[in-house]
Design a protein around this ligand. Sequence first.
Ligand code: PGA
Length: 261
Amino acid sequence: MAEVLIVDSQDEAGAIVAREIADLLKDKPDAVLGVATGSTPLAVYRALEQLIKDEGIDVSQVRAFALDEYVEIDPNHPESYRSVIHREVTERLGLNPEYVLVPGQNATSLATAGQEYDAAIEAAGGVDVQILGIGRTGHIGFNEPGSSLASGTRIKTLAAATRRDNARFFDSEDEVPIHCITQGIGTILKARHLFLLAFGESKADALAASIEGPVTASCTGSAIQLHPRATVIADEAAAAKFDNAEYYRFAAANKPDWQGL
Ligand code: PGA
């Protein structure tokens, strides 16, 4: 069972995750972060940027791996995930660009890119903290319905609903790429600590299905139930469809002091 925290704002969620990551970086300066794009993780990156500055945290050895990337896009396009991660993570946090990798980057071919990416994550020692958002299709990464729960990084076709949601970053929906390369569910589950964040009512159905519904490839967010250390942080709107919200609040309010996230 994942731990579920219901918070008042995205900033509150961002502060919780940033604190956890900052403490990790102090203990382990060469920690490996799993980073996500989209609107959801921005509050984490902003809060972490501040902690790094305020507490003088050395990030020169930190490594980061992105969750996913579009296929049919120029890597220099401002909305490629390589560009987004560079802006929002590498530059904002002051990471060494050579230590930040996006799926498909430096790959010898598209056919082998997924395996190469998973091998690079393993060679770095595995992901310590993985930040996840969730799509309306229930996807984590770009693992659309029907993705194997044992999948590694590979090429996937985006769902129509995902392309519609991401059209806001492009001039039109037609410009949203059709294919992506995404960490698989098996890849994500290897990370040592998962943080799944969800904000807004458009995420409520997918979040409730993921946390309280059956574990199923039809809603890949449900794979989080298989992970021994997963922290779910939702605002009130995203938490609105939970059956067990009262219990989550009670458990959070009565958590033993010595128990971390
Ligand atoms: P969002 O996307 O953070 O922009 O809402 C999340 C996702 O599609 O996984």
